[in-house]
Design a binder for this molecule. Structure first.
Ligand SMILES: Nc1ncnc2c1ncn2[C@@H]1O[C@H](COP(=O)(O)OP(=O)(O)OP(=O)(O)O)[C@@H](O)[C@H]1O
Length: 793
């Protein structure tokens, strides 16, 4: 007994609760009062041991209505409680409070939601479906809407034909079936000043929700019908029978799952706010809060769930979004400095002779943007710090030339270079153009794609291994285990959003810390780039080669086909070439191919017998594709009918017309990429989008394409229309999972949070100072070891 007494004392002291004198263990239960409940709560907070928490929950449940039960039951409870208490004491004796770094965060962070009053095991499982596991998760479960019940009026004062809210008790509910296929459910509430009916058509499940005597609020447009006040399909709210929630307030509405009512969620949140909010840590310094006029985190958390006025929600959201973005940016910046300071890389200091020759043999001068970006890359290559650089440039801005310069630098320094492209067509095209331009300098260029013949494959792999091949271009075939490099010094991935982090890492592992260059034509708005590629250095080629004319883009309907064919004829007759991109059939590649084949046949036989038609799709063999592309490049083919395989990187300057069929099926970014295949010379180019979109958004997208040829503008619009998740396809593309903030909507906050995060990282790059301990813990709690954005390491 003395042991338990001691334990109790030991546990109570740090909590700041004086144990009442004279209680022995049984009288703890005998004199059960608020004090013991308080003690159990505090004890639960201090412990993270599941078994202890479970016992505490059981004890609380057992005794929470203790004073109300009959004597006999009380005795029973007392006995059960004594038993539970003994087990608890034993466990506590075993438990040593671990002082690891996470302990600096209050237990609210990792404490299971299960132990909040009214939750329990079953409901905790349901909450887990909403990704709510801890008390903290629940507080950051942001309402999707609010119901303002504060504007309640007595029923007598409701004026017909206006939007109203009224509360009363259910006095009657009926269901009528006036004819087959029609069910009318009527629920009548009364508040002593009058009666109001809620009416639903064909929603018979509604009836069972309302039981006589229940307090219910209806809101909606009220009408005077058949001598009574009615609201058709009202918003309704069943008032909290425990009266724990204030019915006259603004109440949150959460996205929920079966078995978790709005009222239950509200109560859980309200209890956590009441019992735990005061120990919630503040991540932002007073300086930052003052500067941007941000609320305290506690106030913000309270107001986001239970605002007094709707306008307070915005302020609360801003604050929480800022906090979230601040931690995110901090993580990204820390990771970046980590990469910079810790990764020793290769030094590429070979002679520049090859580069000078190559540049002087080019038929054009580099644009100033190309020169600037090349200088940035060269700096990285020559230094001993590993390069992790993203080169972003709109379609046709001349990224390939810059990549070639980097490859030449690596080769001149005695290393091999590898370039990975997302499709065979693109890999082959890069291969052919590099072969043509670099072989004259005595370099060996290799191609490694899946569809090579066995013997060719073997030969290339042997060449890579012996070091005979200087530069290899390939698809993910480069990642195969059997491919090993003699001396890999530079890895370039083209169109990186198609490659996963892991794939790049595999390629990188084939060398000893090679430099990495990532190329993308996907224009990403700055705020997103800061977050997605925050740990990469960013170079932007923001200038097109001189003399380029914007592609004239028109949107036409299917019925206009004859005119479109006339226009194609006119262009081809004047010596130019055209692409026709066939609709994307999502269900199957085979259907894609078939529609392209049919189109090619129709054009060849019926429409343009005078022209040479080519056909290109993903199912052709490598040499067949090569032959078709070569035929188009050398102008033996006038019109190339294709599936979307030509989307990226195909470069035939004489092609000036692109017709995209069923254009509404493509995303804006993809349309922009496709359109980028023309307008690559000084000739005026055209793009015709053939589309009959059935939706307003579809029409909107066609309009955007006709109005702008700037990839950044289009990407911004696309993001607005589709949201970042869809824009990038899936979450795998590295978009962080944000609870409150929205990278697009909050772009200003992203910039500000980044600025403040940078200050912290500059002053304390490893977050070692005392004042930054909490931030370090928050980072650890948020991202743990799995902090992975788009990453090349
Ligand atoms: N400075 C320049 N002046 C004139 N022409 C250029 C210049 N730089 C590149 N080009 C030419 O412009 C065309 C597009 O260049 P490149 O293929 O490198 O662009 P890209 O950015 O890789 O395009 P995409 O993303 O569409 O594949 C090529 O035909 C290339 O030869």
């Amino acid at each position: 007994m003395a042991d338990k007494e001691e334990i109790l004392q030991k546990l109570l002291k740090p909590v700041g609760i004086e144990k009442k004198a004279g209680y022995n263990n049984s009288s703890v239960f005998g004199g059960f009062d608020n004090y013991i409940l308080q003690w159990l709560d505090r004890l639960a907070e201090l412990s993270s041991d599941e078994r202890v928490l479970e016992l505490i929950a059981d004890l609380k449940e057992l005794f929470s209505d203790y004073s109300r039960v009959q004597i006999k039951q009380r005795q029973k409870k007392l006995a059960a409680g004594q038993e539970l208490f003994n087990s608890l004491s034993n466990l506590i004796q075993e438990e040593t409070v671990e002082e690891d770094s996470m302990q600096r965060l209050p237990p609210i962070w990792q404490k299971s939601i299960r132990y909040v009053k009214g939750v329990g095991k079953k409901r905790a499982e349901k909450l887990a479906r909403l990704e709510i596991d801890t008390l903290r998760d629940m507080l950051f479960y942001i309402p999707r809407d609010y119901r303002d019940w504060s504007k309640n009026l007595p029923i007598r004062e409701l004026s017909p034909d206006s939007e109203v809210t009224a509360t009363g008790q259910v006095v009657d509910s009926t269901e009528l079936r006036p004819r087959k296929g029609l069910t009318i459910t009527k629920v009548i509430i009364s508040d002593n000043t009058g009666r109001l009916a809620g009416v639903w058509f064909n929603q018979s499940y509604i009836k069972q929700k309302f039981k006589p005597g229940m307090a219910v609020s209806f809101s909606g447009e009220v009408k005077q019908e058949y001598g009574e006040l009615q609201i058709t399909h009202p918003h309704y709210e069943i008032m909290d029978s425990d009266k724990e929630l204030d019915p006259g307030k603004i109440l949150p509405v959460y996205s929920t799952t079966q078995g978790l009512s709005q009222n239950l969620l509200r109560k859980i949140v309200s209890r956590i706010l009441k019992e735990h909010l005061d120990r919630f840590p503040e991540s932002l310094s007073p300086g930052i809060k003052d500067k941007y006029d941000l609320l305290d985190v506690k106030e913000a958390l309270y107001k986001i769930h239970f605002p007094d006025q709707i306008r307070e929600v915005k302020e609360a959201r801003q604050r929480l979004a800022f906090g979230e973005l601040f931690i995110l940016q901090l993580g990204i910046l820390l990771k970046k400095t980590d990469l910079l300071t810790e990764e020793e890389g290769l030094v590429h200091t070979g002679s520049d002779e090859l580069i000078t020759n190559f540049l002087s043999d080019l038929p054009f001068e580099l644009t100033s943007a190309q020169r600037r970006v090349w200088a940035e890359i060269k700096d990285n290559l020559e230094s001993s710090i590993v390069m992790n650089r993203l080169v972003q440039g709109d379609v046709g801005s001349g990224k390939t030339v810059v990549a070639t310069l980097a490859l030449l630098k690596a080769v001149s320094s005695g290393y091999q270079g590898a370039m990975m492209a997302p499709t065979e067509i693109l890999a082959e095209q890069h291969y052919l153009s590099l072969k043509e331009s670099l072989e004259e300098y005595g370099l060996q260029i290799g191609l490694l794609v899946g569809s090579l013949k066995k013997s060719e494959r073997k030969e290339v792999i042997a060449g890579i291994e012996s070091g005979e091949v200087d530069i290899v271009i390939g698809t993910h075939a480069l990642l195969q285990e059997e491919v090993s490099f003699a001396k890999l010094g530079l890895v370039i991935t083209d169109e990186q959003h198609r490659f996963g982090v892991r794939q790049r890492a595999i390629l990188k592992e084939k060398g000893e810390n090679p430099d990495v260059l990532v190329m993308t034509a996907t224009p990403i708005p700055r705020t997103l780039a800061l977050t997605l590629y925050g740990d990469l250095d960013l170079s932007v080629i923001d200038e097109l080669p001189p003399g380029r004319k914007p592609v004239i883009t028109e949107w036409r309907r299917e019925k206009d086909f004859d005119k479109i064919f006339d226009f194609i004829r006119q262009e081809v007759k004047s010596g130019r070439q055209a692409y026709i991109v066939c609709p994307l059939v999502e269900e199957s590649e085979e259907l894609d191919v078939r529609s392209a084949e049919n189109m090619a046949e129709k054009l060849d036989e019926d429409i343009f017998p005078e022209f040479k038609i080519g056909l290109l799709h993903g199912q052709l063999k490598t040499d067949e594709k090569e032959a078709v592309m070569e035929g188009f490049r050398s102008q033996q083919i006038d019109i190339l009918v294709s599936t979307t395989v030509i989307e990226v990187g195909v470069d035939v300057a004489n092609a000036t017309l692109m017709v995209i069929l069923d254009a509404q099926r493509f995303g804006l970014a993809q349309l922009h990429q496709l359109r980028g295949r023309v307008g690559r010379s000084e000739y005026q180019s055209y793009c015709i989008l053939v589309a009959d979109p059935g939706t307003e958004t579809g029409r909107e997208r066609m309009k955007i394409m006709t109005q702008s040829t700037d990839g950044f503008v289009i990407a911004e619009e696309d993001l607005q229309l589709r949201g970042p998740g869809e824009f990038f396809g899936t979450r795998q593309h590295g978009l962080p999972d944000l609870e409150v903030a929205d990278l697009l909507r909050d772009s200003r906050l992203v910039e500000l949070a980044r600025k403040e995060a940078r200050k912290v990282v500059d002053s304390d790059p490893k977050l070692q100072q005392e004042e930054h301990q909490l931030l370090a813990d928050l980072l650890q709690a948020k991202f743990g070891d799995g902090f992975e954005l788009i990453d090349v390491s």
